[in-house]
Write a protein that binds this ligand. Structure first.
Ligand code: SF4
Ligand SMILES: [Zn+2]
Length: 528
């Protein structure tokens, strides 16, 4: 009898009722037979084989135990978050906590922080352990979206940045390389491909030099700490930059193909419900902003942040739970189809928050329930993603939305069902502001006279590279169709004969198959 089979039989006999019991049993058997811990997906597969051969009886208990949070791989990727080491930040933001031994703006007790602390912020161990844990939970780990968090990325020393990212690649490649370039090349064909890489930074740190550097590091998405679109609020909270810096950073990043996530803060000192609501209207009304992704963080009142003193003196009042929920609901009503709300509220443990509605745990779920009971839908990408509802017979429609953004033109293409409640696949295409200028100055030479694909992604269950699943939309050719459509638009409507893609390292091969080649860290194709 195979060892895995032994575990299944032990599991059936045992009184294991939860994950801890299951892990204990797996560890015990692994130790006894000196083998690595088998993953849940492997055990689940074997269980189904045994069931078919009638060698075990159907057990709901086992099925539930082996199935883990499926949502983790239902957006077409798995997310791996890694924290940089504690390091000073040039900012002095009033609401931002400072805790010894923790990167600025983070707090002990946050799940990602605790994981990183245990590994002494070592990037290799963090990525390796996270992948192993996702593997054990039964998730395919072929396509990794790597998210680097902690403090202000652009303020960390350059050699630390290179070391950090190189070690993340090493962990995904499962072998050590000599240089960053070498490990990136290796990752193109690795088991765990990095298909997206994001960092968080301040708008005033986005310069042309920084952008070039970010591309060399393989970064494809930037989370900008925008927080507010009011100069007076930014000043009052000692942000150290104004709205103009956000506008400039947004333009530079979009023109070089990056996806942009705005981190916005509600309930800042100097703001109020009316102002906050108007801020989100402006975010999508003004072409200077229009981010692709959003994180909405209600300001959390923390003892470790200077804002606490203002509250003590009665100069600051957090919104109540009811007001906060209503405000976020109003914000959600304004979200356009091309935006994805990544997060609402941080993972800060509730007891650390002194007062106010942001103490509420699971705020996202509470709001989702309210919206459902009121009979309307949030239009954001996250709420429309197909997840496990894939129906191969469903008739899909190609939608197109053109909008002005940061001096250029954005074309958002998507495959969705007729009423746009289920989104299968999307593509963000940009004709940068420079394509219209008489004497444009391109930051990156390869982008000269070219349109740029900033994102192409198919949602639903993550399907490993080179596999095809009947019940998932990935690898059914939807992305390819969108790319062809983008190429057609660029050639026919814009008369451009060059198209580029800000492709993450792990997606380069995919684009090669479509006739693209690598140049200056971008994938490029001539349309002439
Ligand atoms: S820039 Fe970010 S990390 Fe730095 S103090 Fe401000 S909020 Fe905190
Ligand atoms: Zn939504």
């Amino acid at each position: 009898m195979k060892i895995d089979e032994l575990i299944i039989n032990e599991l059936i006999k045992s009184r294991a009722n939860n994950r801890a019991d299951l892990d204990f049993l797996k560890r015990k058997v692994a130790k006894k037979y000196k083998i690595p811990m088998p993953s849940n997906i492997r055990l689940l597969k074997l269980y189904h084989e045994l069931l078919k051969e009638k060698r075990v009886k159907k057990s709901k208990k086992i099925e539930n135990l082996l199935k883990t949070r499926p949502v983790r791989s239902l957006s077409g990727i798995v997310n791996v978050s890694v924290l940089t080491k504690p390091y000073p930040c040039p900012g002095r933001c009033l609401y931002c906590p400072l805790e010894a031994g923790i990167p600025k703006s983070y707090l002990s007790g946050e799940p990602a922080v605790e994981r990183a602390k245990k590994m002494n912020y070592n990037p290799f161990s963090q990525v390796k352990t996270r992948i192993e844990s996702l593997d054990n939970q039964g998730h395919p780990t072929d396509k990794i979206e790597l998210r680097i968090i902690g403090g202000t990325w652009s303020f960390y020393p350059k050699n630390y940045q290179t070391y950090f990212i190189k070690r993340c690649f090493d962990a995904c490649n499962r072998e050590e390389g000599k240089t960053l370039k070498e490990v990136q090349k290796r990752n193109e064909r690795a088991k765990h491909k990095i298909v997206g890489l994001s960092v968080e930074t301040r708008p005033d740190f986005i310069t042309k030099t920084e952008i070039k550097r970010m591309r060399k590091l393989g970064i494809t998405r930037v989370e900008l700490g925008v927080q507010s679109t009011y100069d007076d609020v930014l000043k009052l909270n000692i942000r150290g930059h104004g709205v103009q810096e956000t506008i400039l950073a947004t333009k530079l990043l979009k023109d070089t193909g990056f996806k942009i996530c705005y981190q916005m803060m509600l309930n800042l000192l100097g703001s109020n419900l009316k102002k906050d609501k108007k801020m989100f209207e402006e975010l999508f009304r003004k072409p200077d902003f229009r981010p692709d992704l959003l994180k909405i963080y209600p300001c959390a009142l923390l003892k470790e942040a200077p804002l606490y003193r203002f509250w003590k003196r009665g100069k600051y009042r957090p919104y109540t739970k009811k007001r906060l929920i209503n405000l976020i609901k109003e914000v959600k009503k304004k979200i356009p189809y091309y935006v994805r709300i990544q997060r609402i509220a941080r993972d800060i443990p509730s007891p650390r928050i002194i007062a106010g509605g942001s103490k509420l745990l699971n705020v996202r779920q509470v709001i989702a329930r309210k919206i459902k009971s009121e009979g309307w839908r949030c239009r954001c990408i996250r709420c429309r993603e197909i997840r496990e509802d894939y129906n191969p017979k469903e008739k899909l429609k190609l939608f197109r939305q053109d909008y002005r953004a940061s001096g250029g033109r954005e074309i958002f293409l998507s495959f969705e069902n007729k009423n746009r409640s289920k989104l299968y696949s999307l593509l963000r295409l940009r004709v940068s502001s420079q394509c219209n200028e008489e004497r444009p100055r391109y930051i990156i030479p390869v982008l000269e006279g070219a349109a740029i694909i900033r994102e192409v992604h198919t949602y639903g269950q993550l399907v490993p590279v080179a596999e095809r699943k009947k019940l998932a939309p990935q690898h059914q050719g939807l992305g390819k169709k969108l790319i062809r459509e983008a190429e057609k638009i660029i050639k026919k409507e814009w008369g451009l004969n060059k198209i580029t893609v800000i492709a993450a390292v792990g997606t380069r091969d995919y684009f090669r198959k479509l006739g693209y080649r690598l140049k200056d860290e971008y994938m490029i194709k001539s349309l002439s």
